[in-house]
Write a protein that binds this ligand. Structure first.
Ligand SMILES: Nc1ncnc2c1ncn2[C@@H]1O[C@H](COP(=O)(O)OP(=O)(O)OP(=O)(O)O)[C@@H](O)[C@H]1O
Ligand SMILES: [Mg+2]
Length: 243
């Protein structure tokens, strides 16, 4: 059985249908990419699975539990976490305690000391250990993204959604974040990586879902999706290498 099964999920905002009958399954240990243009419904999908919004119809099953109407804090305890498209650290806490706090509010039962030890370990995994005592305002964009990742992992999650973790990054910074994501996935974390640009996830994921106007336009191996006529035509009308 899949770790996550989303079936027929619809979410409206007034007259706008942000998600229109979306089906999605994520297996344990997978790294799935979700791409689509602005307004496709990518972040809304994350919001509906994490419990920020409840869908008007459809079902969400996580790890054998029907969580369609479960409040967000209980979903976090069951093991779902996410990073935000715009990082949201606590600016009055240092980097270490930002991660330690997440550890204490997730699915783990842990002491303050245990949370700080775990936080240090996670900062090592995302290659941010040397910034542990610094405050978020002094971090660069790539360091803030790593902090978001460490905080999501600190919750002891079985499934992590990354909402455009690479946005605005180029060159070495982009490669660095993608390499950290790859390491974490290879360490056994199931992930759904939301991206705007296919190129970013093309070599990283085994399966890509293309969203458009609140619907799933295509799904398959990166090479299949890239040559899918509907994707090439609809998704900006360009070849994948350009988008
Ligand atoms: N809270 C909200 N209230 C009203 N409309 C919303 C809300 N959240 C999202 N929408 C609308 O739903 C649609 C899908 O938005 P969503 O943020 O999911 O897109 P996205 O694929 O994440 O886009 P982007 O690539 O820009 O992040 C958009 O038309 C957006 O304006
Ligand atoms: Mg978004």
């Amino acid at each position: 059985m899949s770790l996550l099964e989303v079936s027929g999920v619809t979410k409206r905002f007034g007259g706008l249908i942000a998600l229109n009958g979306v089906d999605l399954a994520v297996g344990r240990g997978e790294l799935v990419g979700v791409i689509g243009p602005n307004g496709a419904g990518k972040t809304t999908l994350v919001n509906v699975v994490t419990g920020v919004y409840y869908p008007e119809s459809g079902r969400i099953i996580f790890d054998g539990h029907d969580i369609t109407k479960t409040p967000p804090h209980r979903r976090a305890r069951l093991g779902i976490s996410r990073t935000y498209q715009v990082p949201r650290p606590f600016n009055n806490l240092n980097v270490l305690d930002n991660v330690a706090l997440a550890a204490m509010y997730g699915s783990r039962r842990i002491s303050v000391r245990g949370a700080r030890e775990l936080a240090m370990d996670l900062l090592g995994r995302v290659r941010l250990a040397e910034r542990a005592q610094d405050y978020p305002e002094s971090l660069s964009v790539v360091e803030l993204r790593k902090l978001e990742l460490a905080r999501a992992l600190a919750q002891g999650s079985k499934l992590v959604f990354l909402d455009e973790v690479s946005a605005g990054l180029v060159g070495d910074d982009l490669r660095e974040v993608l390499s950290v994501v790859k390491d974490i996935h290879e360490g056994g974390v199931t992930m759904v990586m939301i991206e705007h640009v296919m190129k970013v996830i093309f070599n990283l994921t085994e399966r890509i879902i293309v969203m458009m106007n609140g619907q799933k336009l295509a799904e398959g191996k990166p090479s299949e999706v890239a040559s899918d006529a509907r994707v090439v035509e609809s998704y900006l009308g360009r070849r994948w290498s350009e988008i």
